[in-house]
Design a protein around this ligand. Structure first.
Ligand SMILES: [Zn+2]
Length: 583
């Protein structure tokens, strides 16, 4: 050992003398190689950006190969010294260079090598590992070794020096919480699990991967598209939703003009798309227009088209949305915002299937099925003279009221699961679902922005929750107070169940169906109340519940095992996961 150390010290002195700073040429030389003096922190930031943009695995590969390349260069310097000294002495050049270059302090623990016989075993202690310390600084403790550039260097150096593939592995690493890093190197074939490490040394073809990814995106898009065509977001078991959907199905079978009513964000366009997809026009265009989003002076040309020169700026003739929707469906959202002149033109298309482009007198025929939507009170607009009564009566016969999300509590868990899957696919995330608290918050919140708000909130959650975890309340609600807007359904201030807030058995049942409470929790409530009322007398409590005493004792034991003492009855999440569509 001490011999190794003295070799190392001598080598180090010699190497220091080979570093030359040439300020007049802007160069630093180590023997024959131009070197750079870079800021460790800047280098660490580059490393972090590689990881964040390429992912751990790809970044690891790049960094390992970068280190390998450095190791190979330094081995050239070592070989020039091997004529004058022993293999072991010459080999120590690498560890000393690694130290000199400011990467890591390397101390040999055991080194046995024979270049002629190809025999190699090396064990080194790494102190002050640049890479490990910065990795821990940026990412906290890691489950695997993280000094990828450095291990790449060791492999590159030893392999070039020995003239055969030598694989180094970190057996301890500061990135994993060890005090220092420790590495062991042997010829590749002496490692049983070499393959898993060697893949980081093979350059990947980014072009091939991009093509692969592109193919995946196209496939993913097409499946999303298919789902959109069939009403995939049209999920629900609530009576309100079912009523609306049944009406929609009936409407789809005919060509009747449909008026969709409902608050902002309830999914009116989705209903319109579903109507289109279920009807005979499904292979023809579906065109959606938001009347409120188009300036009043442009509405007519947008809807009915424009002839060249009709007004300043109309440099070319252009078909309107009606012509583009020919044979298919036109969805007019916020129809209450349509200006009166456009309303009369619209009425003519609905009655006669005829229109004239702005600035043109030619009559064109179109075959368009119209679906309109509004969250305004059209009847009131008619009274105020802002909506034509004949158009109103034309739209009136087939109305579908889409219920707000707060009246579709039963559907929230299904919708949440659907949006979670969708946004995980879009953002390339893997998440394990929602925490129990997040589920409860989703169920109790009042959803003024309806399904759109739910979808946006879940997308936000998908973006904020770290991969592999569950979405928490804080990932969903931007301000901490938001979840408290929701009444804590059936929960006392201390978070424990309070039987008195359940006025009727029906509410209790609803709470179970909605996932606010699990069956186990309801059972626990009954048992605890009975035991309380019987002042702890289990025989009396069991009589109240219609159970035998051993039956009650068994249930109590099961409850105590499931629930940590002092927390009363927190959700038994496993059971809930099976009962509900949550992931
Ligand atoms: Zn390490």
């Amino acid at each position: 050992m001490s011999k190794l150390h003295s070799i190392a010290r001598a080598a180090s002195d010699d190497l220091r003398s080979r570093v030359h700073f040439c300020p007049n040429t802007g160069q630093i030389w180590l023997h024959e190689h131009r070197m750079l003096l870079v800021h460790a922190e800047a280098q660490a930031l580059l490393r972090k950006e590689l990881i964040d943009s390429l992912g751990l695995d790809r970044a690891r590969g790049l960094l390992t190969r970068m280190g390998y390349a450095s190791g190979v260069r330094d081995a050239e310097l070592a070989r020039t010294r091997s004529q004058d000294c022993s293999d072991t002495e010459a080999f120590m050049t690498g560890p000393q260079l690694h130290t000199l270059e400011g990467i890591v302090q390397v101390t040999p623990v055991r080194l046995e090598l024979d270049r002629m016989a190809g025999r190699f075993y090396g064990e080194f202690l790494w102190e002050n590992s640049w890479e490990g310390q910065w990795h821990r600084h940026h990412y906290g403790q890691h489950s695997e070794p993280v000094c990828w550039t450095q291990i790449g260097y060791a492999c590159g150096y030893a392999s070039a020096f020995m003239g055969r593939p030598i694989l180094f592995k970190e057996v301890e690493c500061v990135g994993m919480g060890h005090g220092n890093c420790r590495i062991i190197g042997k010829p590749v074939e002496e490692w049983e699990d070499a393959a898993g490490h060697l893949r980081y040394f093979t350059p990947e073809s980014i072009a091939d991967q991009l093509i692969d990814l592109q193919t995946q995106v196209v496939q993913l898009r097409s499946t999303i598209g298919e789902k959109e065509k069939l009403p995939a977001d049209m999920i629900g078991i609530s009576p309100g939703f079912k009523r609306a959907f049944d009406l929609l199905r009936q409407g789809a079978a005919s060509q009747i003009t449909v008026l969709l009513l409902g608050e902002t964000g309830v999914g009116k366009e989705l209903f319109a798309r579903a109507l289109h997809a279920m009807g005979t026009r499904r292979d023809k265009p579906f065109i959606a227009v938001n009347c409120a989003a188009i300036p009043a002076e442009l509405v007519e040309s947008e809807l009915f088209g424009v002839e060249r020169g009709a007004y300043t700026g109309a440099q070319a003739a252009r078909a309107g949305r009606f012509e583009r929707a020919d044979g298919g469906t036109l969805f007019l959202d916020e129809i209450g915002d349509l200006p009166l002149p456009a309303q009369s033109k619209l009425l003519r298309v609905l009655q006669d299937g005829e229109l004239e482009r702005v600035g043109d007198h030619r009559v064109r025929r179109v075959d368009v099925r119209m679906v309109a939507a509004t969250n305004a009170d059209l009847h009131r607009l008619v009274k105020e003279g802002r909506f034509r009564s004949d158009l109103y009566y034309r739209l009136n016969p087939f109305q579908i009221q889409i219920p707000p999300l707060r009246e579709r509590k039963e559907d929230i868990s299904f919708l949440a699961k659907r949006f979670l899957e969708k946004h995980c696919a879009v953002h390339g995330k893997k998440l394990r679902g929602f925490t129990d608290k997040a589920k409860r918050a989703l169920l109790t919140y009042q959803w003024p922005g309806n399904i759109r708000e739910l979808q946006n909130m879940i997308e936000r959650g998908v973006i904020l929750a770290p991969s592999g975890t569950r979405i928490e309340v804080s990932h969903l609600f931007s301000c901490a107070g938001a979840e408290e807007q929701a009444p804590e359904f059936g929960l006392g201030l201390d978070g424990n169940l309070d039987l008195n807030t359940w006025d009727t058995g029906k509410e209790l049942c609803e709470a179970v169906f909605n996932g606010v409470r699990t069956l186990d929790q309801v059972e626990a409530m009954l048992i605890e109340t009975a035991v309380d009322k019987a002042h702890g007398n289990l025989s009396a409590a069991s009589r109240m519940l219609g159970l035998t005493r051993p039956q009650l004792a068994y249930r109590l034991k099961r409850l105590q095992e499931a629930i940590p003492a002092g927390t009363a009855v927190e959700p038994a999440s496993a059971g809930q996961d099976e009962a509900l569509p949550w992931r």
